[in-house]
Design a protein around this ligand. Structure first.
Ligand code: KG4
Ligand code: ZN
Length: 336
């Protein structure tokens, strides 16, 4: 079965063609990074205009690259939640229109569930129940995953998402946007023990996350004595930047790993799945790999392209929803 996937929840316009939930025939991603970088974050109005400009081109390119015609597509899938409402609506409207004109079923999926499903595209033998950690620019969520289509939310961020914290700390350090990849790279030259930033675990046993405190701690650390007189951050040396980046990253990774392993043990999970843009982080991958090995629980995460927002994960998950007859009507709505 051949499914077209559409993803427009944030700042990537993506379309993919996936066969039987696994074989990615095309996965086109048009990133808007250059449009948003000068603002240091995603500007919803700009994102929506760029999705509108790109959506048809990207869908067309995916079908062409898959060596298919529109008529060969068996179903249309789209992420309709969560995300920027205007951005989601552009993908959803495109999907509804195609479904209606081509008389093909429409399958809507949750963007976070799709991030978890991404591992399934590249890995066999993921046993359930699994503890799944989604870490992205907008979310930090732990799910108890019962099957490809059954996700139980255990906890999430009560303020900033992990990726958002990376991006905001990057701004403090004068790095570009998004800052996650750069913090990952420069941390390798830094000392993760240089500064002891706070680790917020919230109340005992909590599976929620909070990253706004550490962001403020980094800000005050960088302002140093200046914090009393001016809002300006003094110029840091490259080594100081690397040390702050590595110490910040270590604090975030400590919390993510501890809560994921705690949840995996609590729910006797048979696998751990990592997904979302921050799942590209090399320190997180390494620390979670070590921790999962110690508990003897297999860990799965996708290659970097499938960690970032993409439509192959949407079309892949939709295949399983279709198998369970979870088809959406044309009245289905987008939810932020
Ligand atoms: O999942 P994603 O592509 O988009 C959302 O759904 O938000 O995630 C984007 C986020 C950005 O905040 C970016 O800084 C972060 O993922 N990111 C990273 C790395 N690569 C991307 N964060 C830390 N380390 C990385 N290597
Ligand atoms: Zn995402």
């Amino acid at each position: 079965m051949i499914i077209l996937g559409i993803e427009t929840s944030c700042d990537e316009t993506s379309a993919a063609v996936v066969e039987d939930g696994k074989k990615s025939l095309a996965n086109i991603v048009a990133s808007q990074q250059d449009l948003h970088s000068k603002y240091g974050g995603v500007v919803p109005e700009i994102a929506c205009r760029a999705h509108t400009d790109m959506i048809i081109t990207v869908i067309d390119k995916a079908v062409t690259e898959a060596n298919l015609k529109m008529d060969d597509i068996d179903a249309i899938s789209v992420a309709n939640t969560p995300g920027l409402i205007g951005a989601l609506l552009i993908g959803l409207t495109a999907a509804k229109t195609l479904g209606w004109i081509l008389k093909k079923p429409l399958i809507t999926v949750n963007h976070l569930h799709a991030h978890i499903y991404a591992s399934k595209i590249e890995h066999e033998n993921i046993d359930y129940p699994a503890i799944s950690l989604v870490v992205s620019g907008g979310h930090t969520s732990l799910f108890l995953t019962h099957s490809e289509t059954d996700y139980e939310l255990l906890g999430g961020t009560i303020d900033d998402a992990a990726g958002e914290a990376f991006d905001k700390v990057g701004k403090i350090l004068g790095l570009g946007y998004p800052a996650g990849p750069e913090i990952d790279t420069i941390s390798q030259k830094g000392n993760e023990k240089a500064i002891l930033f706070p680790r917020s675990y919230l109340k005992k046993g909590s599976l929620d996350f909070s990253f706004s405190g550490i962001k403020t701690a980094v800000l005050y650390h960088c302002m140093g004595q200046n914090s009393k007189n001016t809002r300006e951050i003094p110029k840091l040396t490259d080594q100081e930047i690397a040390d702050v980046a590595a110490s910040f990253q270590e604090a975030v990774v400590d919390v993510l790993v501890a809560k994921t392993i705690f949840a995996a043990n609590k729910f006797s999970s048979k696998s751990i799945i990592l997904g979302g843009g921050v799942a590209c982080n090399s320190r997180l991958r390494q620390r979670l790999t070590d921790a999962a090995r110690q508990c003897d629980i297999p860990l799965f995460y996708p290659s970097k392209k499938l960690c970032m927002d993409n439509a192959a994960m949407v079309a892949g998950l939709a295949f399983h929803k279709y198998g369970e007859k979870k088809i959406s009507s044309l009245e289905v709505e987008a939810m932020p």
